[in-house]
Ligand binder design. Structure first.
Ligand code: CA
Length: 225
């Protein structure tokens, strides 16, 4: 897990860098908002620990720029005062959590671990291929923002195809994963279900995503037309 710390106060910066490295993270330290933004944009970080009061760009501006770029990296704000207006502002700009200085290192560590865990779950709960989206929490599928009504089995089938996009899945594998049927069961049920799913997910749209691979099975992927 790679973390970016943006903190101008030398002692605090070094302390955080050392503590997080010892806790097993790969951590980079930026001492100005400008450097922090540059690193956050170019490095592949799992989380940013961002001080608010910084020389150059302040923490608000760094966060605002990141979110404007659609950079979804979780951000944990460090604020010097426990001010409701500051907190609200941070959350509105897209911060994921905040911590008021001074804080115990153990608390910082706990917050970081929670955010990292939440980030992973979010990834699993939301699948997207082209304009097709599947939200596990809301049990909802949309294409181009248009709601698609699916049965429970169709939902499970689409989730499997999307999770393993680009991979050809055999009828037997699909049957075992979605219907809990074993290999020698009648896999015609898969063809029927795929046909129904296509009617909802692909037929009304110009770009088709579910493809038949003759003699092998099915694959969901974006193909150049
Ligand atoms: Ca500061």
């Amino acid at each position: 897990m790679r973390l970016l710390i943006v903190e101008d106060e030398p002692k605090t910066g070094d302390y955080l860098h050392q503590g997080l490295t010892e806790a097993g993270f790969v951590a980079d330290l930026a001492r100005t908002g400008t450097d922090g933004l540059h690193l956050a944009r170019t490095g592949d970080y799992d989380l940013v620990v961002l001080d608010v009061m910084l020389p150059g760009l302040d923490g608000w501006q760094v966060l605002e720029s990141l979110r404007r770029d659609n950079n979804p990296t979780p951000v944990l704000f460090l604020t010097a005062r426990d001010d409701v207006a500051d907190r609200v502002r941070g959350l509105e700009l897209g911060a994921d959590d905040y911590l008021v200085k001074p804080f115990a290192f153990s608390e910082l560590l706990a917050r970081i671990r929670t955010l990292l865990r939440r980030g992973k779950i979010k990834e699993l709960e939301h699948l997207q291929v082209a304009d097709l989206e599947l939200d596990h929490v809301k049990r909802r599928a949309t294409r181009g923002g248009q709601r698609i009504d699916l049965t429970a089995k169709e939902f499970a089938l689409l989730a499997l195809l999307m999770r393993r996009q680009g991979e050809v899945l055999s009828r037997a594998l699909i049957a075992s994963q979605v219907w809990d049927m074993n290999f020698d069961s009648d896999t015609n049920v898969v063809d029927v279900a795929i046909k129904r799913l296509r009617a909802k997910v692909d037929d009304p749209f110009p770009v088709k995503l579910i493809h038949t691979v003759r003699g092998m099975g099915y694959v969901l992927e974006i193909r150049e037309s």
